[in-house]
Design a protein. Structure first.
Length: 562
């Protein structure tokens, strides 16, 4: 992977200053520390890119480390999925794959050090009582009645906690800092809790587990991390991060730096909310192409290059904001425009009989694969007497600025001939248009003389005898509102048009060999890919993005709803 360009934002400025002062001996070492309790989403993409790119830009290293400190919610399934997703984005951590659980023994020993220094104590308050004693933003907290236990008693109780003598929730180990601190995180935070639960890596070896705020700085320090990049919600946790490292006397401790998280409009990234969508049946699962998970975006057909470009355009800021989903779709469009093969597909077919074309004749026409790529070459497509066009490309009584096919009008068929509509055939019972009879001008074959004809529109088509049937899923945003949680209940803002399934669609025969994950531009329709769940020989397409921004239509639907 090529080295990213050096950015100009505040994190790079901090690193530049640390390099200038030789704070870490010229080293830059970052880490991406996901919790293995769910699937990664679009917000994680920004963190992944920032962690790995900042290391690469500055000649450093980046670790992948799983923060597996809560066995109740963590599974190996998530570990493997996260590894796969980060690799799919194009990043590599070499031999630096770590787990917080790698350091459980060392963390325990460090906890003993803090107890011996009089900086940690075993507390018997219940979780509810701890919250009550903590105070509020405007009122200081109260000391726990167990705060002044002797070092010897604390050591004994903590060792017995590890030995499994006490039930879940009966005791915790807390740091002894300041119950009057204006920062709630410094009011004697919990370091360890009792959990008799099987861990996905350590099994039943442990029944006490460290809290994130304790495990995180120690893991960073043990791995030699220099710059620990976190999202803004951890800004108030930084004094605690520094406190643990200072009291444990780590030399050259890492520096925590916070940046704005990636919030995208019409999207939620809360794992709890996403799980609700799945359990209520509004989406198929974590890899539903409408989901903001990396797995969902991969299945939909988004490319890693587009996601990384999106994160680069959003940039790195100190204040949270909401980025328009339209920008993400534009990045996908621009990437696919350079790489996706152009093909013809008719989503809502209308039969056309070219009455003056010889019956039984089939000719091979040449068309380009991608005009944006000079090396993409050309392919052959069949043409015969009966073809299908898009139903929306014909109107019996067109408005003034409709330039496609209509009675007595001419259009060019892409890479083929100019045709003229001579007759409209309708169902005698319903009056529905079922067929058009047209004539073609043989001398107007694509690339030939048009015979003086001037047409204002070129439309796509497929050959009836050679077209393949396909199912096409059109995806829209999951939510109608920019902030789905406005008003409190995000479910009321669901977009009822987020999925439309089209059957009986027809695509050109070159797609017979398409494989799951292959991406194409359907001319005049959008970008599509074969669904990863398609069976062998099944043409099941997901629309990745339309050719043009369709967010105006979403606003109209929202207005109609109100």
């Amino acid at each position: 992977m090529s080295k990213p360009a050096k950015p100009s934002h505040f994190i790079q400025e901090i690193i530049d200053e640390d390099m200038r002062t030789n704070r870490y001996g010229g080293r830059v070492h970052t880490r991406f520390p996901p919790e293995p309790n769910g699937y990664l989403h679009i917000g994680h993409v920004k963190a992944i890119c920032l962690d790995f790119d900042m290391a690469a830009i500055n000649g450093g290293l980046c670790n992948l480390r799983f923060d597996d400190t809560n066995p109740v919610k963590e599974e190996d399934e998530y570990v493997q999925a996260i590894i796969e997703d980060v690799r799919w984005l194009g990043y590599d951590w070499g031999d630096r794959l770590y787990y917080a659980s790698d350091y459980f023994e060392q963390m325990y020993e460090y906890a003993l050090v803090l107890i011996k220094k009089g900086l940690a104590y075993v507390c018997d308050l219940s979780p509810e009582e701890i919250r009550e004693y903590r105070g509020t933003l405007t009122e200081p907290g109260r000391n726990s009645p167990y705060r002044d236990r002797s070092v010897e008693e604390n050591l004994d109780l903590f060792q017995r906690m590890r030995a499994g003598e006490f039930p879940d929730g009966s005791r915790v180990l807390r740091a002894k800092i300041d119950m009057a601190s204006p920062n709630m995180n410094m009011r004697d935070p919990v370091m360890y809790r009792i959990l008799h639960a099987t861990h996905h890596r350590t099994g039943d070896k442990w029944c006490i587990y460290p809290m994130y705020d304790y495990a995180h700085p120690i893991s960073d320090a043990l791995e030699g991390i220099t710059h620990s990049l976190c999202t803004l919600e951890f800004e108030d946790h930084r004094p605690l991060y520094d406190w643990f490292l200072e009291k444990l006397e780590f030399p050259s401790p890492p520096k925590q730096i916070e940046f704005a998280r990636l919030n995208v409009s019409h999207t939620i990234t809360s794992k709890r909310r996403l799980r609700q969508l799945i359990e209520s049946g509004h989406v198929e699962g974590w890899d539903d192409p409408r989901m903001p998970t990396i797995r969902g975006m991969r299945r939909r057909g988004y490319t890693p290059e587009a996601l990384k470009d999106f994160c680069n355009r959003v940039g790195v800021a100190k204040n949270n904001s909401i980025i328009d989903y339209a920008l993400l779709e534009q990045c996908v469009r621009e990437d696919l425009n350079k790489t996706a093969q152009r093909v013809m597909a008719v989503l809502k077919p209308l039969k056309v009989v070219i009455t003056n074309y010889p019956e039984g004749q089939v000719e091979e026409l040449e068309t380009e694969n991608n005009p944006e790529d000079p090396n993409a070459g050309t392919r052959r497509i069949p043409f015969s007497r009966v073809i299908y066009i898009e139903r929306d490309d014909f109107m019996e009584d067109p408005p003034r600025k409709f330039y496609r096919l209509a009675p007595g009008r001419e259009v060019r068929l892409k890479s083929a001939y100019i045709i003229r509509c001579e007759e409209v055939i309708k169902d005698p019972k319903t009056g529905e248009i079922i067929e058009l009879h047209c004539t073609y001008a043989p001398q107007t074959r694509s690339g030939s003389d048009t015979g003086g004809r001037k047409v204002r529109s070129t439309i796509h088509w497929v050959c009836a005898d050679h077209a393949l049937e396909a199912v096409i899923r059109l995806y829209g945003p999951l939510f109608l509102t920019r902030d789905p949680e406005e008003g409190g209940d995000f479910m009321v803002n669901l977009n009822p048009h987020s999925l439309e399934i089209l059957t009986g669609c027809l695509v050109e025969p070159s797609l017979a060999e398409a494989k799951p994950g292959d991406r194409f531009q359907f001319l005049r329709q959008g970008y599509f890919c074969i669904d990863s769940g398609a069976k062998e020989g099944e043409l099941l397409f997901n629309r990745i993005v339309p050719l043009k921004d369709e967010w105006a239509k979403l606003k109209e639907r929202r207005a109609d709803r109100h």
